[in-house]
Design a protein around this ligand. Structure first.
Ligand code: GLN
Length: 549
């Protein structure tokens, strides 16, 4: 029988519920259990695919093509297990299936109501992960307890305990214990109140995970235990970590959170095997090779969450290469105003990530031109590859009006163009080329050397593609098409062999990078950045000595 852990959040949003859920999953997994994760989001969008990254952060894409919440990225990075369509449900998705069933006459004349019809649909979503390959399912409820929108979800998880019993369910409430500077004290009252809200709707938390910037004293934990009716050892502290989010599971393990969870769920407590994770964190904290600076040139730079998986994948590549990766976030519009050399000076790598819409496009193209001409390692992802192709067509092939038909529908040289299959589609949600597709790598290319194999699978999220009508013109000038769809109909990777390191891909490799297994393209890119730094240092040293002479 699959056991269920529900993670709720109290007091404020942004407590890192996703990270906590992912950390608990990792620990339970490393105690020998099969764990699956899921997020229920109370908003009305059917999925976050249509939302601006400024609203919602990055849209994370699963192998089976779901456009999902970025917390699923944490789930995959911590556990190494792929998520699926079943890993993220929103109010919009729940309601749209209930409403379409109603239209089909599926409720046999009944009045369709929040309880039981919506709550049953939510419970079906929760149970959809049950099975032999899930000893435990951890379900995170988005939003904060007390929000009107999350009530049906909370009611559904309350009913789950009625359905499957006390020993098979657990409620983990993540809450904030703020430090009030003026009083010089940590305050437990907000947590007591949010537990109060949960209790008023029939949920009695089993574990409190207290987010705090300073350590709690025993008296705080005793107070919370007493007022919230939770055993003292189940009031766990989750203090802000010093170096990296990957320390969170280690901090929770130090308090035996995973042991208490298993005991409470009446499951055997096997030995915890987490040495590799510990070693990875140590490598992150103490890199032996110093640091490199990589510019990420995008249009959603203002919000840290917009390129979440990219920043994480760079971190993983740093861990792999034993080097700290500093990211210089560059707003592509600033490049249009101030020029690439002013903003990219001193960086040892340039990454142009994915995106939509024409704002800042010319700045990205400028940044790529700078990297190509200056021999700075360049990595383009999705829109970043499309911009690299446009840049090459314009400045190497002399097609000065080359563009993507996304931005210039009448361009005489649409080097990036809409796929035929996409031309008739008018719906915005879930209609792109989404999810994992196979790709073959061409022997002798850098791409093939990076992966060390010729057949790969990577995740996509885009409408536009490299235009094969321009293939001969671009390849004649030296652009190498290094990755193709198996039927050779679609260009998935390009590179420039005459450049120290210039690689771009139509897919999103960042979604498959984990701290224990850095993605090969990211790893290669950071290694190239390190080589570039060494070259710069060597040149600097040479210049220094010639000055001395
Ligand atoms: N806007 C481009 C397209 O739809 C690129 C998308 C992306 O970078 N994810 O093809």
């Amino acid at each position: 029988m699959t056991k269920h852990i529900f993670v709720t959040g109290g007091v404020v949003s942004s407590l890192g519920k996703g990270l906590t859920a992912a950390s608990v999953a990792l620990l339970l997994q490393r105690r020998g259990y099969k764990v699956k994760l899921q997020k229920l989001d109370p908003y009305l969008n059917v999925d976050p695919g249509t939302m601006s990254p400024f609203q919602h952060g990055e849209v994370y894409v699963t192998d089976d093509g779901a456009e999902t919440d970025l917390d699923l990225g944490h789930y995959e990075r911590f556990t190494g297990n792929p998520c699926s369509q079943q890993s993220n449900f929103t109010t919009g998705r729940i309601y749209s299936s209930v409403i379409s069933r109603e239209r089909e006459g599926g409720y046999l004349g009944k009045t369709v109501q929040v309880i039981p019809h919506i709550t049953n649909e939510i419970k079906d979503a929760i149970y959809s992960l049950d099975g032999e390959d899930a000893d435990i399912v951890i379900t995170e409820i988005g939003g904060t307890v007390g929000d009107i929108e999350s009530l049906p979800f909370l009611e559904a998880i309350r009913q789950v305990r009625q359905d499957i019993g006390h020993d098979n369910t657990m409620y983990m409430h993540i809450t904030l214990v703020p430090y009030i500077r003026a009083a010089g004290e940590l305050k437990t009252k907000p947590s007591q109140q949010s537990v109060g809200i949960l209790r008023s709707i029939g949920i009695f938390p089993d574990i409190l995970v207290c987010r705090c910037e300073r350590s709690m004293e025993r008296e705080h934990r005793e107070k919370l235990a007493l007022f919230c009716n939770v055993p003292l050892n189940l009031v766990v502290e989750e203090k802000d970590v010093a170096h990296t989010i990957y320390e969170v599971p280690l901090e929770l393990a130090a308090q035996d959170l995973d042991v208490y969870v298993l005991e409470r769920l009446k499951m055997h407590v096997h030995r915890l095997d987490i040495a590799d994770w510990r070693a990875m964190v140590k490598r992150y904290i103490e890199p032996t090779q110093g640091e490199v600076t990589i510019a990420v040139v995008g249009k959603y730079i203002g919000l840290q969450d917009s390129y979440k998986s990219i920043y994480e994948a760079l971190t993983h590549a740093g861990i792999k290469n034993n080097v700290r990766v500093n990211v210089r976030m560059v707003e592509s519009e600033d490049i249009e105003a101030k020029g690439a050399s002013a903003l990219l000076d001193g960086v040892t790598g340039v990454l142009v990530p994915g995106g939509f819409g024409d704002r800042g496009i010319e700045g990205k193209i400028e940044a790529i031109r700078f990297a190509r001409e200056e021999g700075v390692p360049f990595f383009g992802i999705c829109l970043g590859m499309q911009c690299a192709v446009i840049e090459f067509a314009r400045h190497v092939c002399g097609l000065s009006d080359a563009h993507s038909s996304e931005f210039s529908p009448n361009s005489p040289h649409p080097v990036i163009d809409l796929m035929d299959a996409q031309k008739e589609i008018t719906d915005m949600g879930g209609t792109m080329r989404l999810g994992a597709y196979p790709c073959v790598l061409i022997a002798g290319t850098r791409a093939q050397a990076l992966y060390g194999k010729t057949e790969i699978s990577e995740r996509h999220r885009h409408r536009y593609e490299f235009n094969n009508a321009c293939k001969d013109e671009l390849t004649a000038k030296g652009l190498v098409l290094s990755g193709l769809s198996p039927d050779h109909g679609l260009v998935e990777m390009v590179e420039l062999p005459t450049h120290p390191w210039f690689v771009a891909c139509q897919f999103h490799p960042e979604f498959q990078s984990t701290p224990l297994k850095s993605h090969p393209i990211f790893a290669g890119f950071v290694a190239a950045a390190l080589a570039k730094r060494e070259e710069g240092t060597a040149a600097g040293a040479k210049m220094g000595s010639s000055h001395a002479a």
